[in-house]
Design a protein around this ligand. Structure first.
Ligand SMILES: [Zn+2]
Length: 431
């Protein structure tokens, strides 16, 4: 067993991120971990709608297919600009119905007390970004199931519109559009019902196993394994389409979608393990207790000689009469010209308490993990009524994450407490 949990300074320093300039505003602690960056187009019923940059690729692919292939083939003899206008309208309507699918998830999730940050459309579909997961299999089942239901409803609406439009002698191009939108929404619903996590069907499967076995972890393992299998199957289909059918673009698309699905399934399971392991821990469990401290009046020159050069640590909490007042790091010393080391004291260069993240010993590790990204120091001080009791670094957290991978092969715990654990990990659902 490792009795000295602190690691040598070199290793720690390697993990230390760039320190931002003093006085710089702390970044907002939201949306960390989301792989998306894009354009916020507004909000609907309090849900922020974002278009990921990758979404423009799929928008123009579908626009091109509508305007350049489907409409000219099924409604021949129209003017070229008419194809463009109809194609554009059809593409917008398709994404409106995709948004409808995601909004259905979002509304039901919100009604179950789950905070929904917003909805992102990206190259493979859309996702409702939730701040936590369902707490019961019943909630999970309803949240997941309503998406495909919405897509079936859109399919029915567009199909009816095509029927009525034909009877009323509507423009032939519009009827073709309505028929295709009905078809696409039907496909969307069917595809999403495939039983592989994180597709809606995989979530339904997970909810069912969760209900039967009572173990969320076991259910997630089965559903994400199915998701990876499904992803590999789709990749196989893509390869087959290219080699046997000569459908290069379609095959390539299948390969991308399959790869994305299997990757997302694997990542979802890792996330759950993280929650499972960290969910039971508080800051006290992972912190290094009673760290060495320095006083605010200590000259920087002595700080370097007696502490940074003599100890394997690269940060020290600063305390005065047992009360924590700040944190001083090796990089702060490096930023100070050495000629000034004699004349300056720790208080001159340290990060003051208002800029350091301080948590209580009983703060859940999941919250600690989120707040680690908040400060600039990648350190969190653990204090009880301002009296320092420990320090937590990214290294301490990494050690617990290593445990998570160790536990991957252990059987599901008889008393699966993960449902009760607070959840701060972003999770999404694919459309
Ligand atoms: Zn969905």
């Amino acid at each position: 067993m490792d009795t000295n949990p602190r690691v040598p300074a070199v290793q720690e320093a390697a993990r230390e991120g760039p320190r931002s300039a003093p006085g710089k505003e702390r970044p907002a602690p939201s949306a960390s971990g989301t792989p998306f960056s894009g354009i916020r187009v507004g909000s609907f019923a309090g849900f922020q709608i974002t278009l990921d940059y990758s979404w423009f690729v799929i928008f123009f692919l579908i626009f091109g297919t509508f305007a350049g292939a489907i409409l000219p083939a099924h409604a021949p003899g129209l003017e070229y600009p008419t194809y463009l206008i109809l194609g554009f309208a059809g593409t917008v309507l398709f994404f409106v119905s995709l948004l409808g699918h995601e909004l259905a998830h979002a509304f039901v999730a919100r009604s179950k007390g789950i905070e929904v940050e917003g909805i992102t459309l990206f190259i493979f579909g859309g996702m409702a970004r939730t701040r936590s997961e369902a707490v019961t299999p019943g909630d999970e089942f309803q949240i997941a199931g309503v998406g495909p239901l919405a897509s079936f409803a859109f399919a029915a609406i567009f199909y009816l519109a095509a029927l009525v439009g034909t009877g009323q002698g509507l423009h032939g191009g519009m009827v073709v559009l309505a028929e295709y939108l009905a078809f696409l929404n039907f496909l969307l619903a069917i595809f999403n019902l495939l039983p592989g996590f994180p597709l809606d069907g995989g979530r339904l499967l997970r909810a069912a196993i969760w209900r039967i076995t009572g173990s969320l972890r076991h259910a997630t393992r089965v559903a994400t394994t199915a998701g990876r299998g499904l992803g590999f199957g789709i990749i196989g289909l893509g390869i087959f389409a290219i080699l046997a059918g000569g459908a290069f673009v379609g095959g390539l698309w299948f390969i991308f979608v399959g790869w994305f699905l299997s990757h997302a399934a694997g990542a979802s399971y890792q996330q759950l393990l993280l929650r499972d392991v960290l969910g039971h821990l508080s800051a006290r469990d992972a912190m290094t207790p009673d760290p060495e401290t320095v006083g605010p009046d200590l000259p920087v020159e002595r700080l370097v000689r007696e502490f940074f050069l003599a100890r394997p640590y690269n940060s020290f909490p600063v305390t005065q009469d047992g009360v924590v007042v700040g944190l001083v790091t090796l990089s702060q010393v490096k930023e100070t010209p050495w000629e000034e080391w004699e004349g300056r004291v720790v208080a001159d260069i340290m990060t003051s308490l208002s800029e350091v993240v301080v948590v209580e010993p009983e703060t859940p590790m999941l919250e600690v993990l989120e707040r680690l990204g908040e400060g600039d120091q990648r350190r969190i001080l653990v204090a009880q009524e301002w009296e320092l009791v420990g320090i937590l670094s990214t290294t301490d957290v990494t050690r617990w994450l290593d445990r998570a991978t160790l536990m991957e092969h252990s059987p599901p715990m008889p008393n699966d407490r993960s449902r009760e654990s607070p959840d701060t990990t972003l999770s999404g659902r694919l459309s």
